[in-house]
Design a protein around this ligand. Structure first.
Ligand code: SAM
Length: 372
């Protein structure tokens, strides 16, 4: 007979079958899992939440991921690209409201123009905030020298979801061409880590064809890769994407939501001091979804500070929440949510991954300066 959930939760290291049992836990067993992850969070992170002001600065994308609403092939979408001025106004809003940092996210484009533009924006963001505002980038796969330029210009965190670590599944949800190459995505993650970024990754949960074994493999990958940040969320279908034809294979939305909470709880136990995002997609399923994630392990929230008029066009999936809010609405709503979760928003701090600093201490010699 296998181990009970209580016995598994007492183990120092989870094996693949332990993780699968935890993912399948129900009732009291599920409560035990969430209790344990909440305790670990309290002990290693505290009941705290840090904001990253999210600026979705462009939905123009050269990729055609089969699940994504902003994929190049979706013609039912107005494409936009914020001006530098609009991006800087949003960054200033974050700084004035004492968010420790911002996250710049967009579709994926590789060009010397994009490289130069982001480098220039990084300098300006540092300038307008006296070097205080931290910057996370999430602009996809790039060459190592591009990542290096942006790191030298002041970006210190990078979020690149691997989407799924099972290569067969990865190939089913992406076109099979050199622009959507699984190994290239892994190499990008490795470059980011080698350069010195706080490196974040994650997966979508509840994809068609995905198994519990795949999800267990995803968590084991994150542990082995020694990530500093994790951003994972439920897969939510989008009507204008090719993956919609597999909708009948999907588990109900509330099960995808529940599985995402379990994934967050398990990674919190496996990697106690990393930063974990409570993804917006959770709220698309449950109005207090992000609050629930904060309770059981997440410690990062990303208030959307993209100018309101563009938000409707950054629809990665159907029913994306808050597309008609302003940045101010988003902040007060999130603050209320955080206090519902008995947690406290920490202002004016970068809220770095503790894991990163411990990892780097073991590998000294990097000169990148941490301001806060
Ligand atoms: N292009 C950049 C990249 O790949 O890192 C950043 C933008 S991309 C739109 C951000 C994330 O949105 C992806 O990593 C993916 O996990 C998520 N996403 C896209 N479509 C989704 C969907 N239908 N449901 C849930 N998440 C989705």
């Amino acid at each position: 007979m296998g181990l009970t959930i209580k016995e598994i939760l007492e183990k120092e290291i989870f094996a693949r079958e332990d993780i699968i049992s935890l993912l399948q836990s129900e009732g009291e067993d599920r409560t035990l899992l969430f209790k344990k992850s909440a305790e670990i969070k309290e002990k290693y992170i505290g009941n705290k939440v840090w904001f990253r002001g999210l600026i979705e600065f462009s939905n123009i994308c050269s990729k055609d991921c089969l699940y994504c609403g902003i994929r190049k092939g979706n013609i039912n979408l107005t494409r936009y690209n914020l001006s530098d001025e609009e991006i800087l106004v949003a960054a200033k809003f974050a700084y004035d409201n004492r968010y420790g940092s911002i996250a710049l996210q967009s579709g994926e484009l590789e060009s010397s123009f994009v490289t130069g533009r982001i480098k220039n924006l990084l300098h300006k963001i540092k300038e307008l905030s006296d070097g205080e505002l931290g910057v996370t980038l999430s602009v996809g796969e790039q060459e190592p020298d591009v990542y290096r330029k942006w790191y030298d210009a002041g970006a210190h965190r990078y979020l690149l979801r691997v989407e799924s670590t099972n290569q067969t599944l990865y190939n089913k949800i992406h076109p099979n061409d050199s622009k959507h190459d699984f190994n290239h995505r892994l190499n990008c993650l490795k470059s980011l880590q080698d350069i010195g970024y706080q490196t974040g990754t994650g997966v979508m949960i509840g994809l068609p064809f995905q198994t519990m074994d795949d999800l267990a493999g995803d968590l084991l990958f994150m542990k082995k890769f020694d990530i500093d940040m994790c951003g994972m969320g439920p897969y939510i279908e989008h009507a204008d994407t090719p993956l919609i034809k597999h909708s009948e294979k999907l588990m109900p939305l509330k099960d995808r939501f529940d599985l995402t909470l379990k994934m967050i709880a398990i990674i919190r136990i496996m990697m106690r001091d990393i930063n974990i995002v409570a993804a917006t997609a959770l709220q698309a399923i449950d109005p207090i979804g992000r609050e629930k994630a904060v309770k059981i392990g997440a410690n990062i929230l990303m208030p959307n500070i993209t100018p309101g008029k563009y938000r409707d066009s950054y629809k990665l999936y159907d029913n994306k929440p808050c597309t008609d809010d302003s940045a101010e609405d988003c902040q007060s709503c999130l603050e209320a949510r955080v206090s519902l979760a008995d947690a406290e928003v920490i202002y004016g701090e970068w809220g770095d991954s503790k894991h990163y600093h411990l990892r780097r201490r073991q590998a000294p010699g990097d000169g990148h300066q941490i301001m806060n």
